[in-house]
Design a protein around this ligand. Structure first.
Ligand SMILES: [Zn+2]
Ligand SMILES: [Zn+2]
Length: 383
């Protein structure tokens, strides 16, 4: 299915972020055709994720971004055209975009071919401000606009490396499965791949945003018995029940530190830090709430130069702390498995959606996130 835009520059709209704390405005941009091993995608739906707000707000996150750029990293779309050498997708294919690349089958780097990591050797957050040839595919009034995570999904059209798109079943609803590209992958990967939550276990999730709720859902799917939601905003507790949380703790209501509260009852099997930002307090609390055999998974985005202070003796009992990007999942194959699992009815996506919006509403959607008033806002694009 060749498109009539194939090989041509496409003019479309995108929110351009001009720099940290310099705002984001929706302007017309030009999107170049894809080059070797690149894919141009017409975006269908985007989830608005907190990680992007850190870059808008100027919270340094140890990621070397180039500005101006187009944010967005949790999206689905339809392939518009492909560059030379692309073999895994064709125009018309439905895809989820991947902020973590995964090398193609038979062409894997030593990391992508190993079970030990999902961090591809070739690309990471610090190299995906441009395509691999060092140039970008976006311009505004002749000015270079940079990519973000290699996918910049808030644009109506985007260009990505082939290794950053996952072909999915065209029957899967694109307006919902976009969430698999970030929060669902992080949550399910963190709970089931990194932690390996077991049936009957006790789990606690710090931070009841979309990643925390996806983590709770994955703990439930794994058969956990206790799923404790921890947040300083009790308004989130009722909502979190839909995702499997069956106990709640507001640390502000305790007269002892939350880790002491859990140690008094023997400690927990699995804890998950999904707050983001100031992990010195919450990550330490999550780790120190573990039973001696427990595992703590860290899933937030840190501000630069944040350091963690914990007593080394806590490790001698056998406690583990692990971090993960995209839940440690191989991105393309992990997304495909989660789409199948969704289609099988193993978990729901609709409960995450607190509103549906257009591209013009993106700045407002970030305000709703900052105010704690949205779980996931979905941006739907004109088709
Ligand atoms: Zn995200
Ligand atoms: Zn690789």
């Amino acid at each position: 299915m060749a498109s009539n835009t194939e090989g041509k520059v496409i003019k479309c709209r995108a929110p351009v972020c001009w720099g940290p704390k310099k705002g984001q405005t929706i302007v017309e941009i030009e999107v170049d055709p894809p080059k070797d091993h690149e894919v141009r995608v017409k975006i269908v739906a985007n989830g608005v994720c907190r990680s992007d707000a850190h870059h808008l707000d100027g919270d340094s996150c140890d990621v070397a971004l180039k500005y101006p750029l187009i944010l967005g990293h949790e999206a689905s779309g339809i392939v518009e055209s492909v560059g030379p050498g692309v073999e895994s997708v064709v125009p018309g294919d439905h895809v989820i975009l991947l902020y973590c690349p995964q090398c193609l089958p038979g062409k894997e780097c030593e990391r992508c071919s190993s079970d030990k990591t999902n961090a591809c050797k070739y690309d990471n957050f610090n190299t995906t401000s441009t395509m691999r040839d060092g140039t970008t595919r976006f311009r505004h009034n002749g000015q270079t606009i940079y990519h973000y995570c290699g996918i910049s999904t808030f644009s109506e059209y985007t260009v990505a490396r082939e290794v950053q798109v996952a072909k999915i079943d065209p029957k899967a609803p694109l307006e919902l499965v976009c969430l698999i590209g970030c929060c669902l992958g992080q949550g399910f990967g963190g709970a089931q791949h990194m932690a390996g939550v077991t049936p009957g276990s006790s789990c606690a999730v710090w931070g009841l945003g979309a990643i925390g709720l996806a983590t709770a859902m994955a703990c439930k799917d794994a058969g956990a018995k206790r799923i404790i939601g921890i947040d300083t905003n009790p308004d989130k507790f009722e909502f979190a029940k839909k995702f499997g949380c069956n106990e709640f703790v507001n640390p502000k209501d305790l007269d002892i530190p939350v880790q002491q509260y859990f140690q008094n009852e023997g400690g927990l099997d699995y804890t998950f830090e999904c707050v983001g930002g100031n992990q010195m307090v919450t990550l330490r609390a999550a780790f120190e709430s573990l039973a001696p055999w427990g595992t703590c998974i860290f899933s937030g985005v840190t501000k630069a130069h944040v350091e963690l202070s914990i007593k080394p003796n806590m490790f001698l009992d056998g406690r583990t702390i692990r971090g993960s990007t995209f839940g440690g999942l191989k991105s393309r194959t992990g997304v495909q498995k989660l789409v199948t699992k969704f289609q099988n009815g193993d978990y729901q996506l609709e409960p995450f959606v607190t509103g549906r919006y257009t591209i013009d509403d993106i700045p407002e959607c970030f305000d709703l996130l900052r105010q704690g008033k949205a779980c996931r806002s979905i941006i739907l694009y004109k088709q």
